[in-house]
Each structure stands twice: as C-alpha cells, then as structure tokens.
Design a protein around this ligand. Structure first.
Ligand code: HDD
Length: 711
C-alpha cells in the first residue's frame, strides 16, 4: 500500500484541494486536533468502557438503562448501516478535476464545462462492480461502473457510465428482471460476485438483445487490471445543443492514458482470494504515490438530421456507434489526484443521477435513459432520504436557492417568510434563458401511446458478431474460455443449450467450441452467417499508449540472502524514475542480506513482503537480480512457483547473472542459452529478458523497460 505516512499524506492532500474539496472542508472534523470524548450533545464523557450498574456491596447488579452515554453509543452503532446500492454496491472513489483543451465543442454545445478551456471543473469518480454486495471481491468477472460527478459552475452534471459501451437491455422496464437474474438466486443467495449461474444465463438466452453486451462482459473487459486501465462510456445517447436551436446526438467516452489492460482469468480468480480489495488499493496506491490516473475525454457526435442514417437505431443502448462511422473527438481530460478522506461520507453517500445535466446537455429518447432518469432519483430516497442532495459530497459548488423545503434531516435554515413562487417580495425568481438557465430543447411531440420499440431495435446480433470479429486471437481465446467457465457453472442443460443457440447467431466456431467445452449438443449449422465485419477500435490492443510506459506498475524483485546489492539499488532507482513501484520479496519480512553483507555490518535490504505473504499475481512484472542468492531461490518451492506463475500469466520477467540460471530452470526456457551470452548482452524470449551482467546505462535498461511495458 501507500508508501507515505499520515503526515506526508496530509501535505499531499492539501496540495490537491479544488473548489469541491474546499467546500467539503466545511464539514471536516479532526479528532487529532485535541478534542476529548463527549456525547453527541457535547457533554464530557468520563468513562466509555463500563456500563452504569446497580451495585450492592461486592455484588454487581444489572446494567441500568438510565446510562445515557451507553444507550447513545449502542443506539448509534445499531443504525450505522444504510441500504447498500441495489446494484453497484461495491465501489471505490477518488477526487479529481476535468479540463477541456480548447473551445472546439462550441459548435455543438453551450455547456461551459465542455467548451471553456480556462476552467478546471472538480470531479468525483466512483468505480464499482455491479453484481456483488459491498463486501465482495474487486476482481470478479463483471461490468465496472464508472460514474463521474462534475461540480460545474452551472450545477452538478453526473455522467453515470460503465467500462463497456453497450447495455444488456434496450428498455428500462427490463432492468429489475435483468438484475434479479444476475444477482444471487433467490432461494439460496448463491453465487456472490458471479454471473456464472443458471438464472443469469437463462435470462441471457431468452433475451437476445443482451447478446452484444454478454460478448463484452465475457471478453477481457470483464476483468480489468485496474480502474486506471479501463475505458469509460456514458453508454446512453445524450444530446448537445449550442443555443442556436441546433441539436446533436452525443455519446461520451473516457480513454485511459495508460492503455486498456486486463487480468488473465486465472489471476483474477486468485486475487479475488489473495486480496479482495486489489482494485481499491491500486487506485489509492497510485494516487498517493503521485501517479495520478488520467483519462482523455471524447465525444461522438451525430447531427439531429442524420438520426436515421444508420442501419442500427442510434437510441438503442445495446448498439455502439462504430468509430469508423462516427469518430471520437477528443476534447479534454480528467485527472484523479486525491483519495477520499472518509469512505462512508464520500464514497458511500455520493449519489449519481442520470437526470443531473447542465445547460448545453440534454436527454434523448433512448428508452433506457428515460427509465434511468426516474430510477436513480428514486433509489436515493431509500438509500439516503429526501434531503440527500444536501449531503456534503452531493451538494454543488454553485449557489442553490429554491422553495423545496423541510423533509427528514433538513440541514439548511432558510431565512425567509416566503416559501413559494410568485411572491410579493419577488425573491428567488426563475432565471431568464439569457442568464444561463437550463434550456429544454423545443420539439414537436405527438403520437399514439403504444408499448412498442423502434423497428431497428429488433436486430440483436450484428454488433455482437462485429465485436467478436474485432478481437485479437488471444482475446477471442479468453472469451471462449470465459464462456466455458460461466456455462460450466450452470447445471441445468436447458440453460447452456439455450446459450449455444444464441452463439450460433454470432459465430459458428465459437458455438461449436462452447458446446464442446460445456457439454451441449454439437451444433451442425450456424443460424446466421458470420459476415466477417470488424472494427479496428474495439480490441483493447487498439488503446495501447503511443509510447510504452510502465508508469504505475508494480514490480516484484525476488531475492534471498546473497543478492547483488548495487545492482538491486540501481534497478530500483531506474524503475522509480519511470514511475513504477518496486517491492522486494524475500525469505522473511525483515532484512535480507546482500552478497558479503552480515548482520554485524548492518547491511541488508528490507523486504516488503515474505514470498508466502504476497503472490506473483499481485504484481505486473518480476525481476531476479544476480548473485549467489539464486542457489537459495532454487531450493525454495515457493520462489520457483513465483517465477512459474508469473511466466504462466505472461508477465514480463527480467533476470540477470545467476538469476538467469534460476529463472531458466524454473520455467525451462530452452531458447535462452545463457552460457553463450557475453557481458551486457541481452536476450528476450517469451517476455523474459535476461542479461549476463548488469551495468548502469547498458542495453538491459531499455530492454527491461520495453519488456515490462508489455504487461
Ligand atoms: Fe444503473 C447504479 C451505470 C442502467 C438503475 N448504474 C449505477 C451505477 C452505475 C450505473 C455506474 C453506480 C453509481 C454509483 O457509483 O453510485 N446503469 C449504469 C449504466 C446503465 C445503467 C451505464 C446503462 C446504460 N441503471 C440502469 C437502468 C436502471 C438503473 C436501466 C433502472 C431502470 N443504477 C440503477 C440504480 C442504481 C444504479 C438502481 C443503484 C444505486 C444508484 O442507482 O444510485 O438506480
């Protein structure tokens, strides 16, 4: 975790204040400022350890209900919990800021947050899994929520998105069914944090509109390496207006600076047990170490007149807008630079609503969005109560003034004798449009009320196939394996047979492979031809950073007594300069001695972890320096396993000198002929970089850097 102590963290967080953080400071309480224990009402407490009792000589009788402090303490404890979110219950969050590069979006919108480059808009982002409860693991296969609150000068704008650009259903009325199906089954509340069960796949098989998103969830997007390495998507179609009466349809995109990276499924499974808070800690560790996560912000824009020009309906949330048809225009970026101060007050109480828009941004007739606009507002009432918008993390940084009054836990005291409009004092009157009031897009609506969907909403498989075709070879294999895992967990043959039928509409080979893997009947013919259409912008390999980087990566250095001390120090300095963090993994969590070092001489390097304490899964790369320690490493089954497991997960491995022999033996790399290497010669094979010897400035630097960046 964080390498900074509390004091350092305070200096660091002071440097990352913004308008919202300053606003929150109104509510800060600092227990270290010298205050002593009081009741909730300020009475000094003499004893918080023993309940008031009736005593008689040496006999200690019953506890007395009159002990106000004890009752207050227990009563407050009894009510500490609030309902967890019905979906996206497990989350972690951070503060940051958003800036646009220039005013180029002015042609589409009058929203200042999207057009004024002189502005820095504070943001608060909550990332989440969807299925699991608050206490579930981070690395499960699931969609990830990516919800951003922009505290703009015109009010709060909430962009409540996911790391997948499409959704399982087209119409919000299906949301309760979808969520019931994916959540633990009702009779036994199994499984936790998994979609691998009969009910989810039963629903997915019977609701073919989910096919496209199911492909995404089964791809590597369902197991991101980090929140920092995920794309984000607003998913729904919103609108932009520029004040001249023109309207545009828009989709919002977040693109991570570090590229899009995922776990391998085996890693994700293991980490769910080894460190269920892995993503939460990763976000905090990166920010506290100053490696601030950054996302570019992009928009896809379609003029109103072109709404019907596409073979899909642009208001259907199960469809993406291919970038080849509608390019993403990058207009700004967001940086997350500050961790939360208190989880409950900030991360748990933050409340996002898709209906929270600012002037210049509007809704569309996307039927999923319209239902969402009701649902989020409504759910906050049961989670937080009617005055939830006054909670510190939710309140805007611009003035709030209206005639909404009272309700449970009203915090404001409005000094006025009128609470209605119009009033004889003419106070708090509405704004004119020219004063920046929210402008509803004027439009003509007429028609016949019917329970229908747009005709193009009936096509469900084109884009599922398009996505699958766009994946690289390894990504396709991962997706096949994910389907095998998930459907193998379904024990009702009706369920997995049904899903193989769906796959027959996407790709015949994928359907056959799945049938073979999970035991369904072997299909004999595709239900639909695979037209082979693909995009260059859907595989996550398309989002590698232009310059490879190891920024924010965690690198384990495996050592035992007898390692080369100067070499280790130089390697760590080198990696630190590239903003990666090294962790020394040793035979004990204490001093590990270099070649020639002894306890008496006081030399030694502090190991961050014992090699039983952490596993290779929790690091992005592994380094084994040279030195006689290699002999000891060879004798430890756990050390050998570290190397084998890292190799099995395709992690970059760097080894030098005697470390090469150890690594070579551990994984059996016949291609690397260590003996024939000359000094400083570097060999890279299967993601393993070896060098016979290390010297600062040698080619091994570049090779190590390049190879580590593959991770
Ligand atoms: Fe939702 C939470 C994302 C469809 C109803 N949703 C929630 C969160 C995210 C999303 C990121 C967590 C917010 C937070 O961190 O507090 N949801 C989406 C996306 C969707 C989507 C990208 C499709 C485009 N959601 C959706 C529909 C409905 C809901 C169709 C209901 C009709 N979502 C909710 C909710 C939640 C929620 C039940 C639970 C907690 C909350 O709202 O504040 O109302």
């Amino acid at each position: 975790m964080s390498t900074l102590g509390i004091a350092a963290k305070e200096v660091f967080t002071a440097a990352t204040d913004n308008a919202k953080v300053s606003d929150l400071q109104r509510n800060y309480v600092d227990p270290k400022a010298g205050g002593r224990l009081t009741t909730d009402f300020g009475v000094k407490v003499p004893d918080t350890d023993t309940w008031l009792k009736a005593t008689n000589g040496s006999t200690v009788g019953p506890a007395l209900l009159e002990d106000q402090h004890a009752r207050e303490k227990i009563m407050r404890f009894d009510h500490e919990r609030i309902p967890e979110r019905v979906v996206h219950a497990r989350g972690s969050a951070a503060h940051g800021y958003f800036k646009v590069y220039d005013s180029r979006a002015e042609k589409y919108t009058c929203a200042k947050v999207l057009t004024d480059p002189s502005r820095t808009t504070p943001t608060f982002v909550r990332f989440s899994t969807v299925q699991g409860p608050r206490g579930s693991a981070d690395t499960v296969r699931d969609v990830r929520g990516f919800a951003t609150k922009f505290y703009t000068q015109e009010g709060n704008w909430d962009l409540v998105g996911n790391n997948i650009p499409v959704f399982f259903i087209q119409d919000a009325i299906k949301f309760p069914d979808l969520v019931h199906a994916v959540k633990p089954e009702p009779h036994n509340e199994v499984p936790t944090g998994q979609s691998a069960h009969n009910n989810f796949w039963d629903f997915a098989g019977l609701q073919p509109e989910s096919a496209h998103m199911v492909m995404w969830a089964m791809s590597d997007r369902g197991i991101p390496r980090s929140f920092r390495t995920m794309q984000g998507f607003g998913v729904n179609t919103f609108t932009l207006y520029n004040g001249t009466g023109e309207k545009f349809f828009v989709k919002f995109h977040w693109i991570p600076e570090l590229g899009v990276h995922s776990f391998m499924w085996d890693e994700a499974l293991k980490i769910a047990g080894q460190d269920p808070d892995f993503h939460r800690k990763d976000l905090e560790e990166a920010i506290v170490n100053g490696v601030f996560p950054v996302w570019k912000f992009g928009i896809q824009v379609i003029p109103e007149a072109k709404e019907h020009d596409f073979e899909f309906d642009i208001l259907d949330a199960t469809k993406l807008w291919p970038e080849e048809l509608v390019p993403v225009e990058i207009i700004g970026e967001m940086t997350l630079n500050r961790t939360v101060d208190e989880y409950f007050s900030e991360t748990e109480q933050v409340a996002f609503c898709t209906s929270h828009l600012v002037p210049g941004i509007g809704f569309s007739d996307d039927p999923l969005l319209q239902g969402r606009n009701f649902s989020y507002f409504d759910t906050q009432l049961s989670r937080l109560g009617v005055n939830w918008q006054q909670l510190p993390i939710n309140r805007p940084v611009c003035p709030v003034m209206n005639f909404q009054r009272d309700g449970k836990s009203q915090h404001t005291i409005t000094k006025s004798n009128v609470n209605y409009w119009p009033n004889r004092h003419d106070v708090n009157k509405p704004h004119a449009l020219e004063e920046g009031a929210y402008r509803d897009h004027v439009r003509n609506i007429h028609g016949i009320a019917q329970r229908v969907r747009g005709s193009k909403f009936n096509e469900h498989f084109n884009q599922a196939q398009y996505f699958y075709n766009s994946l690289s070879g390894p990504e396709k294999t991962h997706l096949q394996n994910a389907l095998a895992f998930e459907l193998s967990h379904c024990d009702d043959p009706v369920v997995y047979r049904l899903y193989i039928d769906i796959l027959l509409n996407i790709d015949f080979d994928l359907a056959k492979q799945t049938a073979m893997d999970v035991g369904g009947d072997m299909p004999t013919a595709a239900k639909r031809e695979n037209k082979g259409e693909r995009s260059a912008r859907l595989s996550q390999t398309a989002f590698m950073p232009a310059t490879p980087t190891i920024k924010g990566r965690r690198i384990a250095v495996l050592v035992a007594d007898g390692f080369a001390e100067a070499e280790l120090a130089a390697l760590r300095a080198l990696l630190k300069s590239a903003q990666a963090t090294t962790f020394v993994i040793g035979p004990r969590r204490g001093l590990v001695y270099p070649a020639g070092g002894t306890v008496a001489k006081g030399s030694g390097v502090q190991a961050d972890h014992h090699w039983e304490g952490q596993r290779s899964t929790m690091f992005d790369a592994l380094l084994v320096p040279s030195g006689k320690h290699a002999e000891l490493l060879r004798k430890s089954g756990r050390a050998v396993h570290w190397v084998r497991e890292a190799f099995g997960h395709c992690k970059p491995i760097g080894a030098i000198g005697e470390g090469v022999t150890f690594v070579k033996e551990a994984i059996g790399l016949p291609e690397v002929e260590v003996a024939s290497l000359t000094a400083n010669e570097v060999v890279a094979s299967y993601g393993v970089v070896t060098a016979s010897q290390y010297s600062v400035g040698s080619a091994v630097h570049d090779a190590a850097k390049m190879t580590l960046s593959i991770g």
